[in-house]
Design a protein around this ligand. Structure first.
Ligand code: UD1
Length: 423
């Protein structure tokens, strides 16, 4: 299994181009199941989760070509309406095929995704929504069988603004005759991107002044071309890495307003930023990092996906910072690894207290999830000496060309596989 070897202590410097958003690309790829028309998607990041999604689409019967971040998806005969567990267990988001398959075939059989490292992650909100739309959901030997004689439009109030459930129900409602209203929906920018793509395919979706999504069903959707929005989590991750190494980095091709809270917090912590229309520059800053208290929340609140990299920055603050993780119940696995690198962190339930230290020290650490893995890479970039980060496959799920981008910014990082490479 691949590892990263990082010689830390270098300030990141230069320009980094932000990739297309993983969390927008995945549901957009899934949405192509709603049509037999040809779909062309640009700026699709080459990531493990994207490749898993393409395998899923191929398994279901699509023909795919993927070249230089452009994916072309075409019909290739009749689609299947079930997935094997092998594919679902690799990526929870594979459950999102349920919505489009149910809409098209009135029946879908998908293995229930289990919990994962960061929490239990049930799919009850998805299933309740399908039931409201006239389906029955039955669990059989680990699979959920979702069936409807006829799908009917409904008003659905989500118990929590789940990103995945909002997307799944949206995709399903597109082909249901009549008006479906989704209330208490997720407002993440990735949802807007999915809506934009669905509307290009001929769907009729808009949000009203109360923030509800109104879907007027259409008979069929056609193929469409779309460019995926910039990845706000990658943007935030590089901004935090620049800040923690006390470097000066320009993030190009991003949508700054999608990280508004993060920019406020970084400035409050002491950093100077230039925020342009499609770029953000983090200026070199050697002063003290002020400790802050942040609480993760649905968008536009502080993104749970940036909580771990933020924590790495706060390990170097002057005082005691706090992080409340309010979205996932078990998202502090990076904390004990950071402690192995000299950080002072205590956690109790959803609260982490981080008392800043002067510097981090290199260590051998393990990533246990995607964003926590990035937080460890970031710590390695700051620490003096050589840090080894194991289980890079988690990080490969969500950061395109990570070591190349960091190397271009002056980092000393290399990928190494102890089973294959010479040390
Ligand atoms: C998406 C993102 C992930 C991000 C998360 C929250 C993708 C591919 N993943 O995940 O990076 O961290 O949003 O911003 O876009 N929940 C339930 N029942 C449900 C659904 C969710 O209880 O039916 C709970 C979850 O366990 C979690 C919370 O709601 O505690 C948020 O989950 P959700 O918004 O659904 O996250 P995902 O869509 O899985």
């Amino acid at each position: 299994m691949d590892r990263f070897l990082i010689r830390g202590g270098k300030k990141l410097q230069g320009v980094v181009q932000i990739s297309g958003s993983k969390n927008a690309a995945l549901p957009i790829l899934v949405a192509t199941l709603l049509t037999d028309g040809k779909c062309v998607l640009h700026r699709v990041p080459n990531l493990r989760d994207v490749r898993t999604t393409l395998k899923i689409l191929e398994y279901l019967g699509k023909k795919i070509s993927y070249q230089k971040n452009t994916v072309t998806i075409e019909a290739n005969g009749q689609l299947k309406n079930n997935l094997p567990y092998e594919l679902v267990k690799q990526m929870r988001a594979s459950f999102w095929v349920a919505g489009p398959l149910l809409a098209r075939f009135k029946e879908a059989e998908i293995p229930l995704p289990g919990g994962c490292a960061i929490g239990v992650r049930p799919v009850d909100i998805h299933l309740k929504g399908f039931e409201k739309l006239g389906a029955t959901c039955e669990t059989k030997a680990g699979d959920v069988v979702i069936r409807a004689k006829k799908l009917t439009p409904a008003k659905i109030v989500l118990r929590f603004p789940s990103v995945g459930a909002t997307q799944n129900l949206l995709m399903c409602a597109c082909l249901i005759d009549g008006e479906t209203v989704l209330e208490n929906v997720a407002k993440e920018p990735e949802i807007d991107d999915v809506v934009a793509f669905l509307n290009k395919m001929g769907a009729d979706i808009h949000s009203d002044d109360k923030g509800r999504l109104i879907v007027r069903g259409v008979k069929a959707l056609h193929g469409a071309e779309h460019t995926v929005v910039a990845d706000r989590i990658e943007t935030g991750s590089y901004a935090l890495a620049a800040a923690a190494t006390r470097g000066e980095v320009t993030l190009e091709g991003c949508v700054p307003e999608h990280n508004a809270i993060l920019w406020d917090d970084l400035q409050e912590a002491g950093f100077k930023l230039d925020i342009g229309k499609d770029f953000v520059r983090v200026h070199a800053y050697d002063g003290e990092i002020k400790p802050l208290r942040v609480r993760t929340a649905p968008y536009p609140g502080f993104a749970t996906d940036l909580q771990a990299p933020w924590m790495t920055l706060m390990t170097l603050c002057n005082g005691t910072a706090e992080v409340d993780e309010d979205i996932f119940e078990n998202r502090f696995m990076h904390a004990p690894e950071l402690v192995r690198m000299g950080a002072q962190i205590s956690t109790e339930k959803s609260l982490a207290r981080i008392t800043g230290v002067k510097e981090l020290s290199a260590a051998h650490v393990q990533s246990s999830d995607l964003r926590g893995g990035f937080a460890l890479v970031m710590a390695g970039l700051c620490a003096k000496g050589e840090t080894e980060v194991e289980r890079v496959y988690h990080i490969d799920r969500g950061y395109e060309r990570l070591e190349e981008k960091l190397t271009e910014l002056g980092a000393d990082i290399r990928r190494y596989n102890p089973d294959k490479d010479e040390f």
